[in-house]
Design a protein around this ligand. Structure first.
Ligand SMILES: Cc1cc2nc3c(=O)[nH]c(=O)nc-3n(C[C@H](O)[C@H](O)[C@H](O)COP(=O)(O)OP(=O)(O)OC[C@H]3O[C@@H](n4cnc5c(N)ncnc54)[C@H](O)[C@@H]3O)c2cc1C
Length: 395
């Protein structure tokens, strides 16, 4: 037993990544505290969609990490006490034109060769998905293993179990103001008292660079803003998540045929039916710093894009809009890693638009890294912090 306010591990940031890391660290038997500036899930993890997808991942490491994370969520669905609106229905991508359709067929081939459950959908299949779809959509593809969760409920579900079963301490309304390392231990100065820990995990999402700075560590994560519109409950439009093929192009910064406004605001259709059948309509991608203001031009562009695929939704009611910040890294992979120059300091951040999909894999891997395990659930190399030192980001 450690003295009061002393812990083996302190996790900073109560978003989905910090909650998952704290869960697995506490489950492994470590005395662990989760420190959050505001409330649990008050950052990006409550200002997003809840898609747990492989459909939008690059084949290879990216999709492998997603598959492992999906398997962990399925396990947690059985293990956690509080429900989190888990629905394993698969998800689909729809194409705008014949060129995209050809690219979709190739995408399915590559993903199937990698052993993933992808299928091509033709025009008839798309019509069967929803009566609201435009008649001229040439087709698309589906990934059978994709699922939906409510990220906000998932965070609370993880914390609830970690507290009651594994002794996790949770400290909210405790913004970390500074961190000092001396005699091998960290003193974390928060707005609500000091905490001492042998190890610190920085899971502060888009704010991870500010935590890094406290210890002289540069973390190349940039906020990439996204808007979401929330639809009133009316006719069920879809039963599972749908994105357009152009979403992949925006996410990975690849060339895409789109009109000027759509391209400028990084707009591509994402429609997520929530469990209560409010739909969440996205998406946009912009580098505009930490300004959360809703931009009506972006909202209009998103609504217009939705009508391309769902023309019959033109009289549907939108009840509100919100924005969130994706923690962007230049190679589209998160940082899940020790920081060699500060022994005992770790980073679990930088998941861009994939943090809901990858949180469980990240949390489990962080537990294995902190505990010094030689065998890990996924390879550690692609996620190392020092990979950026070889790039221009640090130059
Ligand atoms: C519009 C939009 C849609 C998205 N849709 C999806 C999706 O469908 N599927 C998917 O996989 N991903 C999606 N994402 C991405 C996903 O939401 C993020 O990758 C994920 O939420 C990041 O989680 P996090 O825990 O790293 O960060 P956060 O949830 O932001 O958590 C970080 C926490 O750190 C806290 N913090 C910051 N500074 C301090 C401090 N000094 N002291 C203490 N605490 C601090 C913050 O208050 C915050 O709660 C979407 C993102 C956006 C914006």
């Amino acid at each position: 037993m450690m003295p009061a306010n002393h812990f083996e591990v302190a996790v900073i940031g109560g978003g989905i990544v910090g909650c998952a890391a704290a869960y697995y660290l506490a489950e492994s038997g470590l005395e662990c505290i989760l420190i959050e500036k505001n409330d649990i899930a008050s950052g990006t993890s409550s200002r997003c969609d809840g898609n747990v997808t492989i459909v939008d991942k690059d084949p290879g490491f990216d999709s492998h990490m997603s598959l492992v994370s999906q398997q962990l969520i399925e396990e947690l669905y059985e293990k956690l006490d509080r429900p989190f609106e888990y629905r394993k229905l698969g998800s689909i991508l729809v194409c705008d034109n014949d060129e995209e359709m050809q690219a979709a067929v190739d995408w399915v081939k590559t993903q199937r060769e990698a052993g993933l459950k992808f299928n091509v959908l033709d025009q008839q299949d798309i019509r069967k998905e929803s009566p609201f779809f435009a008649d001229d959509i040439p087709g698309g593809l589906e990934c059978e293993t994709d699922s939906l969760i409510n990220p906000y409920l998932f965070c609370y579900s993880l914390i609830d179990k970690a507290q009651s079963a594994y002794g996790l301490t949770v400290k909210t309304q405790a913004e970390v103001k500074n961190i000092v390392k001396s005699d091998g231990d960290f003193t974390i100065h928060t707005a609500n008292g000091d905490v001492h820990a042998k190890k610190v995990v920085n899971a502060a999402g888009v704010w991870a660079p500010f935590i890094g700075k406290m210890l002289g560590v540069d973390i190349p994560i940039t906020p990439r803003k996204g808007h979401i519109l929330v639809g009133a409950r009316q006719h069920p439009v879809m039963m599972r998540n749908v994105m357009e093929f152009g979403y992949l192009m925006n996410k990975f910064g690849r060339e895409r045929i789109a009109d000027e406004r759509t391209a400028k605001h990084g707009v591509a259709l994402v429609l997520e039916p929530t469990e209560s059948q409010n739909f969440l309509l996205g998406s946009s991608r912009q580098f505009v710093g930490y300004d959360p203001t809703i931009d009506i031009r972006v909202v209009e562009t998103m609504a217009r894009r939705a009508l391309r695929f769902f023309p019959k939704m033109d009289d549907f009611k939108i009840i509100r809009a919100y924005t969130g910040f994706r923690p962007y890294t230049e190679d589209h992979l998160p940082i899940v890693s020790a920081v060699e120059e500060i022994p005992g300091f770790y980073i679990a951040a930088g998941h861009e638009g994939d943090g809901i999909s990858l949180a469980t894999g990240t949390g489990k891997l962080m537990e294995e890294i902190v505990n010094g395990k030689s065998e890990t659930i996924i390879p550690t190399e692609p996620l190392r912090y020092d990979r950026f030192k070889k790039s221009e980001v640090f130059a």
